[in-house]
Design a protein around this ligand. Structure first.
Ligand code: CA
Length: 239
């Protein structure tokens, strides 16, 4: 009774690199499909067929950033950016556009596989949690539904990625408890996944942009200087 193979989409214009990744993924019992340009990658990525996407940044047609942005807008499929660019700014930009991870070429195939497994495990936990009865977390203005992965603010649906949702859920559930970046990394991303805690800050920024009336003066996702972040419900807001 083997589990169904996980399907990975490789968006990469260098055929030789794409083939090496595909070969290694198949050796690890994944199913892998290659898209050699941005437009094909976008169409495939939005098809709903894949469990995870590996995305190169420098692509003919649409570049990787644009592919990342457009897929993340409509889909919760996890994306790992695989890029030759080592620039920190590029990394942050990729994460801001909705990527879940970033790996720099050249990389070890074992590292890549470990990243993929960690992300898939995280998503499976999310899916399993989706199988339990609805939990509605009502904080006043903001209501989270863990089954549908919905967030309503004043009755209006706020589109969040899975990671953004998990982060908000973790903070909101804490109801004022302060979480360090490391704690959030472990709870939301999974312990062994991704060492870079700036991912937390980037995701907080993205979440604020979607959730807050004024992201520069956040009322819900609050910073506790040098300690971390906490959630302030509307009921506890000071006027
Ligand atoms: Ca390329």
């Amino acid at each position: 009774m083997s589990e169904e193979k996980k399907k990975i989409l490789i968006i990469e214009d260098e055929a030789s690199i794409a083939e090496i990744i595909k070969f290694n993924l198949e050796k690890e019992e994944f199913e892998a499909t290659i898209a050699l340009d941005g437009n094909t990658g976008l169409a495939e990525g939005l098809s709903g067929k894949y469990d995870l996407i590996l995305l190169d940044l420098m692509l003919p047609g649409l570049d990787g950033y644009e592919v990342c942005r457009r897929i993340s807008e409509k889909s919760t499929v996890p994306i790992i950016i695989v890029s030759a660019k080592e620039d920190e700014a590029d990394k942050v930009k990729g994460l801001e556009l909705g990527a879940d991870g970033y790996i720099t070429k050249p990389f070890g195939i074992r590292e890549l596989i470990a990243r993929i497994r960690a992300l898939l495990r995280r998503n499976r936990i999310a899916t399993m949690e989706g199988g339990v009865p609805d939990e509605i977390l009502n904080t006043g203005n903001i209501i989270l539904n863990t089954t549908r992965y919905d967030v309503l603010k004043n009755g209006k649906l706020i589109p969040l990625t899975i990671r953004e949702f998990d982060l908000l859920y973790c903070l909101a559930k804490g109801n004022g408890q302060i979480f360090s970046r490391e704690e959030l990394m472990e709870k939301v991303w999974g312990y062994e996944y991704f060492g870079d805690i700036r991912t937390v800050d980037v995701t907080v920024r993205r979440l604020r942009e979607k959730l807050e009336d004024d992201p520069s003066q956040p009322k819900y996702i609050r910073t506790k200087r040098s300690l971390g972040y906490f959630f302030q419900s509307s009921e506890n807001q000071m006027q």
